[in-house]
Design a protein. Sequence first.
Lengths: 113, 115
Amino acid sequence: EPEVTQTPSHQVTQMGQEVILRCVPISNHLYFYWYRQILGQKVEFLVSFYNNEISEKSEIFDDQFSVERPDGSNFTLKIRSTKLEDSAMYFCASSEYRSLGYTFGSGTRLTVV
Amino acid sequence: KQEVTQIPAALSVPEGENLVLNCSFTDSAIYNLQWFRQDPGKGLTSLLLIQSSQREQTSGRLNASLDKSSGRSTLYIAASQPGDSATYLCAVILDSGGSNYKLTFGKGTLLTVNP
């Protein structure tokens, strides 16, 4: 069964450093998303991406965050200057059509120290 | 703003028991509803997707129902097994009429099935 692949599975970074989280969505999917889950809290929407542009972003997704689909297969989330409160599990997801539901990756656990 | 609530927050049952997990949402204008399973420290595995026009979906021992008008969904697990132990998340997509179909999640029900 097709999968969404995320790398790395765990990343530790120092506060103020830039991190790039990588995702390979399912190849025929058109809609791409990043979500995050702070330990013990709900899964929260960060950003959706369609047709090579951001279609919606949450209030969490401020100027420190950016997304890219650099080569037609990868989908990346960049955090420019990490803060302690960015520590969370970050999930990438993709969808072929809106009506067919989402497939999530296994997540990247980001720890900012 | 769409709010999703899941009750109970935690549930512990003996193996073999049938059980029901509940999900409620405040805005009934949803596009679809998806149930996920999350094992500790892991990703989200899709279990069932119910379109807004459907009343229920079944997969093996799982059955999910949807009542849009009352803003409720239930996930029924038959003959529970220890391997069913996980957190079960309910998520809805609001039918905003635009191109953005983000999921709004509940906090989940932590299920423990005891052998």
